[in-house]
Unconditional design. Sequence first.
Length: 317
Amino acid sequence: MKNKRGIEFSFGWLFALVVGAAIIFLAIYAAVKFIGSEQNVQETEAAKQLDIILTPIETGYEEAKAVDSIEFPAVTRIYSNCSSEGNFGEQSIRISTLFGQKWQEQGLPITSYNKYIFSPDVMQAKNIYVLSKQFKMPFKVANMLFIWSDKYCFIGMPAEIEKEVTDLNLKNINVTSNPDTCDAGSKKVCNVLNYDLPGCDIFVNPNAKSVVKSGKIVYYEGGLIYGAIFSEPEVYECQVKRLMKRTSELALLYKDKSGLIATKSDGCSSNLQGDLTGLASAGGQITSSIELRTINFIAESLSSSHEQMTDCKLWGD
């Protein structure tokens, strides 16, 4: 009897230990899941906060605007994604923070349909730098945001770029004509008309309005040169398509506006409708940045005609 009771006693304790271990395991599992969920929420909130911070940086009436830096509490990875699908495409960002020696799981994407961010696919830094410029074709289409964290050395760049970088005091960008003065570890951006150095990371051809990066060539107009330099070629092409989709829709709106004005003003502004139609068609069908040159010709013709008008202008300068 004693042995039997002893066996029963052992099984009772064994059962209690098994059940206790299971409860502890479930509690730990639930805690880990909860912590993971909380971290995911925090990363999502951080991405949303960054999106909010970027909004006032976008230019109002200024042609360009820059901020010294945006500082994160810890080393952070910013994942930027662009999609040109749909009416205007979309821009999304995710964030992951370094906690101790481990990167946290990315939060949910924060999506925007009216932001155009030119940056690397992934940036890892504690400080990032932002330049905002207007995109006009020839009317204002949108604000472009150029974001970088690495050091860059602009070598022999066109005078207008050197002046803008200096005037805006863009951080982490050194403008020079002497490659030997570039900071150690900086990415060298070379004007191929003046320099064709083996150590150059990015090549700019101002005559062709092209940039070669990561073995791929893209084309730019105006301020898009910064996007071609800072962002990956795939991101750049995607954002160009999005900008031109928006250009196309705005051109159609201005064409309709011109039609309304023309019926009430003896045809005033009706001579713009042909170029507006051409701009809308070319912008809506763009497949590559190489087509920007042709589209810009249409925009310049449209701008010239619009400037000659003294009355019934369709958009502001």
